[in-house]
Ligand binder design. Structure first.
Ligand SMILES: Cc1cc2nc3c(=O)[nH]c(=O)nc-3n(C[C@H](O)[C@H](O)[C@H](O)COP(=O)(O)OP(=O)(O)OC[C@H]3O[C@@H](n4cnc5c(N)ncnc54)[C@H](O)[C@@H]3O)c2cc1C
Length: 466
């Protein structure tokens, strides 16, 4: 298939023999996991220049160094965990660059912040509030979890025709309690998505992710891990061989494609000509950079918007469930009033096995409730908002990537997680350097997706309701 420009002019695909010239001069825009992997794979054969808007490498891989006098800790505020099943290409990368990982503890809780309603997925945590033991509505909610796990499997593989998550749950007669206090919190936490957005979230997209990550089953769940010493350790290792090719604090403002090359204009840099460009920013950022986006680029990149999420690294334990038995690695907060996005607190000591005197947390979208005296860092992130139109757009990646000297990668081409970023970069680079080592199985095609995160294995509500 050939993409066409606004003028209707056919776009020139790369990949035919005539176009491959080694070495080439290639610009890489963005240094999240996707841009890092692109640079890692392309630098041995090509002349690369890596542009990064921020003053550091890593994008969502963002480890904050906390020095208190008593302790010096490396705490992850963005990318934290991966697992031994769904991240084969990321694991292979860590091995290749000699970066170690360590076991993590995954678990999930839901609380209202007042102690009136709270539970976590452990045997102690599920009935942390003793009255849940005799609450018909709470026990009914747990039974519905079992029914959900059985019935939602039917959604797998019917992306185009599946209803939204909200409609499907309503059609199947799931209770408001189950929707608002169990399944929406879980999905909202996994994708850092606004609970209200879950109404239009593609149901099959979620079902495939749950199936892939063993979240429908009590047994056979993946084991979760973190990067030893904080995730920034891998950023340092992967970039060491091409560090001098990086331009930090150099946001690209415009990408101009023309017959003989690609011109990149970036703040603080001379405008420069390249043979090819790999765009590893978010989809909305990518579209905004293009001087002459084709109709296909407008449609595809425009179909996967991002939403902002504020993350705060802090030590304020008042954002955790009231009862310590209900604390988990991931703690979803049931917000009152208008939705403020996904409200989750990650318990970093538990996730990263921190050897620390204090408890450290990263909270999304509840910044105003955190004691300023206990606040360490505030960071703005943004996450892809997946819809049926976005999932359909992902399947059209081949219509725009590899055309007009332009290659797209980013976690948004998959489920939005680290493995997706790696896989997307490997695929983009394969168009530039055919014959490079391929994506490792069991990763699936970008139109099929790969990704992360679920609750603890043997202790889900389903087990306890059985
Ligand atoms: C709080 C949080 C927790 C998460 N936890 C996990 C987790 O535990 N496990 C997991 O697998 N995933 C997690 N994720 C998902 C994470 O988003 C992906 O795993 C992945 O890191 C995204 O990588 P990326 O390369 O697509 O984008 P990013 O990491 O966002 O990188 C994009 C880069 O492009 C740069 N850029 C943008 N515009 C320009 C420009 N004009 N010029 C130059 N540079 C530009 C940005 O500065 C940035 O560095 C988490 C995300 C967040 C925010």
């Amino acid at each position: 298939m050939r993409a066409s420009g606004e003028s209707g002019e056919p776009r020139q695909p790369i990949g035919g023999r005539a176009r491959i010239q080694l070495p080439m001069k290639i610009a890489i825009v963005g240094t999240g996991i996707s841009g890092l992997v692109a640079a890692h794979r392309l630098h041995p054969e090509h002349e690369i220049v890596v542009y990064e808007a921020a003053d550091r490498l890593g994008g969502h891989t963002n480890t904050v160094r906390v020095n208190t006098g008593a302790e010096s800790l490396a705490i992850d505020t963005g990318f934290i965990v991966f697992n031994d099943r769904n991240y084969p290409n990321f694991e292979a990368l860590l091995e290749q660059i000699g970066v170690a990982s360590q076991p993590s503890h995954m678990g999930f809780s839901v609380s209202d912040g007042k102690g009136v309603f709270e539970y976590s997925g452990t045997p102690r945590g599920i009935f942390a509030r003793r009255s849940h033991l005799v609450s018909p509505s709470f026990l009914g909610m747990l039974r519905e979890w079992r029914r959900f796990n059985r019935e939602a499997r039917a959604l797998i593989g019917i992306n185009g025709t599946a209803p939204s998550l909200g409609h499907w749950l309503e059609q199947r007669g799931f209770s408001q309690r189950f929707i608002e206090r169990l399944i929406v919190p879980q999905a909202s936490a996994v994708w850092s998505a606004d609970p209200e957005q879950m109404w239009s979230f593609p149901a099959s997209f979620m079902a495939e992710f749950f199936e892939n990550h063993g979240m429908f089953s009590l047994r056979d769940r993946p084991a979760w891990r973190t990067v030893a010493g904080g995730s920034a350790s891998y950023v340092e290792a992967i970039s060491a061989p091409w560090r001098e090719r990086v331009r930090l604090s150099a946001p690209v403002r415009r990408i101009e494609r023309h017959a003989d090359g690609v011109r990149i204009e970036a703040d603080g840099c001379e405008s420069e000509e390249f043979d090819e460009v790999v765009i590893a920013t978010h989809s909305d950022q990518a579209l905004a950079l293009l001087g002459d986006p084709s109709q296909a680029e407008r449609e595809i990149l425009g179909a996967i918007p991002y939403q902002p999420n504020e993350a705060v690294l802090h030590t304020d334990a008042s954002l955790m469930p009231r009862r310590r038995a209900a604390w988990a690695s991931w703690n979803f907060h049931l917000a009152e009033g208008p939705s403020r996005g996904s409200t989750v607190t990650y318990w970093m000591n538990k996730l990263q096995n921190l050897d620390a005197e204090r408890q450290y947390f990263v909270t999304l979208n509840r910044g105003e409730e955190i004691d300023p005296a206990k606040t360490i860092r505030r960071i703005e992130y943004s996450h892809p908002m997946f819809t049926a139109a976005g999932v359909a757009a992902q399947a059209r990646h081949h219509e725009i990537s590899g055309f007009d000297r332009t290659h797209y990668c980013g976690a948004y081409w998959g489920w939005g997680f680290h493995e997706d970023g790696v896989v997307s970069a490997i695929r983009a680079c394969a168009r530039i350097t055919p014959g490079a080592s391929p994506v490792l199985p069991p990763s699936r095609d970008v139109s099929e997706l790969t990704g992360a995160i679920g609750p603890e294995s043997s202790d889900t509500p389903e087990a306890l309701a059985a």
